[in-house]
Design a protein. Structure first.
Length: 146
């Protein structure tokens, strides 16, 4: 089963064989720093099953790993060990259809931020309910983004 994805600006695109994918939330401090989030949702796939239309930019995030990203828009695209790993992780949010995956586990739970785990009780607002944001989009594009 192939799933496609890419960065926000569309410069970096990929197709990944997700037949044996494993989706999870990583809570380690390095991933939090790399993505700016309380945790990051990853989809682990066979490295050989990932094909980038153009090679993403990579930065070495630690002595043992590097991360693909788009230098044009800054979208973080994943995580990979430098050596000896048959799998790599792609960021859930970079997939065109992220709702096809469900998390199976947490990783690096020693760094988990408990207050950010169960947020179902918090009130929510839909984007189109924020009049100031709607006005900005309408002035810029004449419509709301997809």
């Amino acid at each position: 089963m192939i799933a496609e994805g890419g960065c926000q600006c569309g410069r970096v695109r990929y197709a990944a064989d997700v037949g044996d994918a494993d989706a999870y939330l990583c809570h380690c401090r390095m991933c939090r720093k790399a993505t700016g989030g309380a945790s990051i949702a990853f989809v682990s796939v066979a490295r050989a099953g990932v094909a980038f239309a153009i090679e993403p930019d990579w930065y070495r995030s630690s002595p043992i790993a590097h991360r693909p990203f788009c230098a044009a828009c800054g979208t973080p695209l994943g995580f990979a060990f430098l050596e000896g790993a048959e799998r790599m992780d792609l960021t859930l949010g970079s997939f065109d259809e992220p709702d096809r995956f469900a998390p199976t586990h947490h990783y690096a739970t020693e760094s988990l931020l408990p207050a950010w785990q169960d947020t179902a009780h918090l009130p929510g607002t839909r984007s189109e309910e924020n009049e100031r944001v709607v006005e900005r989009w309408m002035n810029a594009l004449g419509k709301l983004p997809d």
